[in-house]
Design a protein around this ligand. Structure first.
Ligand code: PGA
Length: 263
């Protein structure tokens, strides 16, 4: 039986005092349940402060990205070893805002690849996170053009197999994957529920081919992309959707609480 999970991805929003006030506010109101895990993923700089707020509470701490080396001359990067020091439990990897061309600022003639995550670097990040006992939240999803060309399943399979290459299937126990169609993120265009369920089932089946089908049954698969209080219940009631990765709506305490109670 999988425990539902609702994770808030704050992206580059809120200074630490605002984040602390947000979490403090919903901690006072959130119903403590053991059938749903709640995670907040603040910006790196807010992690120490939010860690103090969520300590001994029902809320777990996540990061939004990580670098795959432990330490060294990697200006501006943060390692899993450093996240581990701050008791980070989860870490998002492969978000479409950090992958390949979606992390590339398209200025004619001076294309600057400032995030440029690839399946290969995502794979290295996952391995390092697992080493430190931090649960990866691996994001996969197709663009609108890929969907329109009928390539959704192919894209997702490539992303999954690339991210998981060389990882022992048994390590995927407690792993989290988020299906985030790129065209649904921050757009208000939520994926049709039946289609979201179909893709999440496909993700589970693909993991089952890679690892043991029993391990695949334990992997939590979230849906992300314009989840709001008015659509969360329907999405989370699907058999293969184990919760959500919430962007915009996680910045509002009331909306996030309503989404949690839908899980
Ligand atoms: P959204 O973002 O809920 O604002 O669409 C989701 C995400 O990017 O994880």
């Amino acid at each position: 039986m999988r425990t539902k999970l609702v994770a808030g991805n704050w992206k580059m929003n809120l200074i630490s005092t605002q984040g602390a006030a947000l979490v403090d506010g919903f901690l006072k109101r959130v119903e403590v349940r053991d059938d749903v895990d709640i995670v907040v993923c603040p910006p790196f700089l807010s992690i120490p402060r939010i860690r103090d707020v969520v300590r001994n509470s029902a809320v777990k701490l996540g990061a939004q990205n990580v670098f795959w080396k432990d330490d060294g001359a990697y200006t501006g990067q943060v390692s899993a070893k450093q996240l581990h020091e701050f008791c980070v439990d989860f870490c998002i990897v492969g978000h479409s805002e950090t992958r390949g061309k979606f992390g590339v600022l398209e200025v004619p003639e001076t294309t600057v690849p400032f995030f440029g995550e690839t399946d290969e670097t995502i794979n290295l990040k996952i391995k390092n996170l697992l080493f430190y006992g931090i649960t990866p939240i691996l994001c996969v999803g197709e663009t609108l053009a890929e969907r329109e060309e009928g390539k959704t399943d192919e894209v997702i399979k490539t992303q999954l197999l690339g991210a998981l290459a060389g990882i022992d299937g048994s390590e995927l126990y407690q792993f989290v994957v988020a299906y985030e169609p790129v065209w649904a993120i921050g757009t208000g265009k939520v994926c049709d529920t039946a289609e979201a369920q179909r893709v999440c089932r496909f993700i589970r089946a693909t993991i089952g081919e890679f690892a043991d089908p029993e391990v695949a049954e334990d992997v939590r698969i979230l849906y992300g992309g314009s989840v709001k209080p008015n659509n969360a219940k329907e999405l989370f009631s699907q058999p293969d959707i184990d919760g959500g990765l919430i962007g915009g709506a996680s910045l509002d305490g009331e909306s996030f609480l309503q989404i949690i109670s839908s899980a």
